[in-house]
Design a protein around this ligand. Structure first.
Ligand code: PMP
Length: 362
């Protein structure tokens, strides 16, 4: 059957998501399982969201509003833009795909860091693009080498900021210098899925560049707003770019419940504050305990942490699974010594730390 497939897609390694809780329960016959593997929000969505969603269920016989009118208007108002600068996606993932579909011609190239979030590479492979990889430097994006990797054929540079899986970020100064070296015909894509967590000195404000250059900035409701299950994210760019993205978008790409939920989520600032507090306190606790255990980690501006477990990554990953704790084994990213753990509730963080301590002191 694969003989019939396009050659380009046979090169693709399918994206491997974190193991679902139910799957681990089934596989190992466990009753208690916690998932700290997909950088989700450990808090349920806000009550306001749940009640708005319930009210919306009666309308499921209708197609959603394909233009996401109310959500775009609300985001535009809040961020100081025109709705024509916005696109809503079925997760911010979808917008990455739309961008490549709309702009990448056969034979063109993209520049990505290695390792980083895998979707850039996957959508570019689907489009048959050549990919130029630029290694991280000390587990940070090396924007100066990424600028050097741009050629006449480059259409996109993708920048996950903050980055997944490292949890590190590039600064305003680094971005300014990078943009000064990159020609205007290259679209610079800032993937800010973890933006809300990254309230750190020098984090760039890419929105002020939106109407000045060809850049796309995307953010999501999956993380800080607890809506990963509904798939909804948004992108900002100049009107010409948005116009092109709309041409390749499916007419009803964002379902009606996701739109209702996102609108309600934007109104619940208390839920966002609670999330940020949980993540901040969770990271502080995990850092302190890892220090005591004597394990190194990469300080993170996101809701997840890379932990250096030495040579025993696979063993530790599997033993944590047996104890009902799902984290990520980072060997597939070439980060052989690391597991990645998402900050959970304090109860979950403690369970993780206690299990890890137990495994190492055997
Ligand atoms: N970008 C990065 C860097 C991510 O880590 C993720 C989610 N894992 C996404 C984008 C996709 O998020 P969404 O749920 O909005 O598709």
């Amino acid at each position: 059957m694969t003989k019939l497939a396009r050659k380009d897609i046979l090169q693709i390694t399918p994206y491997l998501p974190g193991k679902p809780i139910e799957e681990l329960k089934r596989d190992l016959g466990l009753e208690q399982v916690i998932k700290l593997a997909s950088n989700e929000n450990a808090l349920s969505p806000s009550k306001k969201v749940v009640s708005a969603v319930k009210n919306g269920l009666n309308q499921l016989n209708r197609y959603p509003d394909g233009s996401c009118y109310y959500l775009k208007r609300k985001l535009a108002e809040r961020l100081g833009f025109n709705p024509a600068n916005l696109i809503i996606g079925n997760g911010s993932d979808e917008i990455i795909g739309l961008a490549v579909r709309a702009f990448l011609n056969p034979g063109e190239e993209i520049v990505v860091a290695r390792p980083t979030f895998l979707i850039y590479e996957i959508v570019a492979q689907i489009a048959g693009a050549r990919i130029r990889y630029v290694p991280l430097k000390n587990l940070r994006y090396n924007l100066s080498s990424m600028a050097d990797a741009v050629t006449k054929k480059t259409k996109f540079v993708f920048i996950a900021n903050p980055d997944n899986p490292t949890g590190t970020y590039v600064t305003e100064d680094e971005v300014r210098l990078f943009l000064s070296k990159v020609p205007p015909g290259v679209i610079v894509y800032f993937d800010e899925a973890y933006f809300e967590f990254a309230n750190f000195a020098g984090f760039p404000n890419t929105l002020k560049l939106i109407n000045k250059r060809n850049i796309i900035t995307t953010r999501t409701f999956s993380k800080a707003y607890s809506l990963a299950g509904l798939r909804i994210g948004y992108g900002l760019a100049n009107k010409e770019i948005i116009n092109c993205l709309n041409r390749v978008r499916e007419p009803f790409n964002v379902n009606s419940i996701a739109q209702i939920a996102a609108l309600a989520a934007l109104d619940d600032r208390q839920h966002l504050r609670q999330t940020l507090k949980m993540v901040k306190e969770g990271k502080k606790y995990i850092y302190k305990e890892l220090d005591k255990i004597g394990l190194k980690y990469i300080p993170s501006v996101t809701n997840f942490i890379l932990v250096d477990v030495g040579k025993k990554t696979r063993v530790i990953f599997n033993k944590l699974l047996k104890r009902g704790i799902i984290v990520r084994d980072m060997r597939a990213w070439g980060l052989n010594k690391f597991i990645r753990v998402t900050v959970g509730t304090m109860k979950e963080n403690k369970k993780f730390i206690n299990a890890l301590r137990g495994l190492l002191h055997r």
